[in-house]
Design a protein around this ligand. Structure first.
Ligand code: HMG
Ligand code: MG
Length: 298
């Protein structure tokens, strides 16, 4: 049934590769997205139209999008920080975008060079124009369970930003534990507070796995009713402006959990493990996910 379907938003090509120290070729990025499409992900976040001075890894965003094979029905959102990013995304033929801010001023200043209120003022016309152009718009909130610079983040600060992104017209709002400090009860309480303002069906959870809590947090949030979960192939990821943030929850570990719970994802687990192994080899990384390690031993 519909309530058994979890829509996984695969963020590896963006959240994963934005953080790689070594340069990743455009061809490798395209091959990664195509493999993830073939695995069956309904959403593959492809790249970012941010400032290449800030995030040089995403400077080839237009070339990446121009090179991928779009699977029918799948979405390929891209991060857009401002009007300039939207212009570039539209020129590249983008149909889905994601805007982003945070629940902490200190993080926003380092990540996007302005505080929360200023970011909301800047994003409002971007979202309005995107919605008017018929684009699907996702909104991200970072630091929902803790900030690397400020420390504790009150739930009310998260709820305030959820309301603002909803009022702007974001179709979906992803709640990001940027540095992976959250634990299950706090994650669930934060999600439930947000769901008093925006229907649960329009909320997503986005856990980095720094402290090994991501799967437990997902489980708690599934029990609270969330059905959109962000994850990254091979557990790639981290934010260049959040020191110490390690990778995202690994998609293959999430898919294993969800299928074990009897839930559907549309994702082919074997193909995904192959893709995790392949990208680990491309990036000369040791596998970060449990499943990629097992696959390596087979
Ligand atoms: P700024 O320096 O304040 O912006 O940066 P500016 O408007 O003064 O522009 C400075 C220069 O950048 C100018 O160039 C602009 O043209 C150019 P110059 O005239 O000096 O040569 N520029 C751009 N170029 C291309 N595309 C653009 C663009 N915008 C400006 N879109 C800005 C402000 C927001 C642009 C910058 O801080 C930035 O790009 N930040 C992005 C940081 C980022 O990508 N972080 C990672 C993504 S968020 C994340 O990972 C968290 C998430 O996963 C959830 C979670 O885990 O919490 C989503
Ligand atoms: Mg992230």
């Amino acid at each position: 049934s519909a309530s058994d379907f979890v829509r996984i938003v695969e963020v590896g090509p963006r959240d994963g590769l934005q953080n790689e120290a070594a340069e990743v070729s455009t061809a490798t990025k395209i091959a990664l997205i195509d493999r993830l499409s073939a695995c069956g992900f309904p959403v593959v976040e492809a790249t970012s139209f941010v400032s290449p001075r800030w995030v040089p890894q995403m400077a080839d965003a237009a070339a990446v999008l121009g090179g991928i094979a779009r699977r029918d029905g799948a979405l390929y959102p891209v991060l857009v920080p401002n009007e300039k990013g939207l212009e570039r995304a539209l020129a590249a033929g983008v149909r889905e975008i994601a805007v982003f801010t945070a629940a902490s001023d200190a993080f926003n200043r380092r990540n996007i060079n302005c505080d929360i209120d200023e970011s909301l003022r800047r994003l409002a016309p971007v979202v309005a124009r995107a919605v008017a152009d018929g684009l699907w718009v996702r909104g991200y909130i970072s630091t929902v369970l803790g900030c690397p610079y400020q420390g504790r983040v009150p739930v009310n600060d998260v709820v305030r930003v959820v309301k603002a992104l909803d009022a702007m017209g974001c179709a979906e709002i992803s709640l990001g534990d940027t540095i992976g400090v959250g634990t299950a009860k706090k994650a669930r309480a934060m999600l439930e507070a947000c769901a008093t303002e925006v229907p649960m069906a329009r909320l997503a959870v986005h856990f980095h796995d720094t402290y090994g809590q991501a799967l437990a947090n997902v489980y708690a949030c599934l029990e609270a009713g969330v059905r959109v979960v962000d994850a990254s192939v091979a557990g790639l990821g981290g934010c260049p402006y959040a020191q110490g943030a390690s990778g995202n929850l690994a998609s293959e570990d999430l898919v294993y959990q969800l299928h074990g719970l009897g839930m559907n994802t549309g994702v082919e687990l074997d193909a995904l493990c192959d893709t995790a192994r392949w990208i680990n080899a491309e990036l000369s990384r040791e596998p970060a996910s449990k499943l990629a390690r097992i696959a390596n031993e087979r």
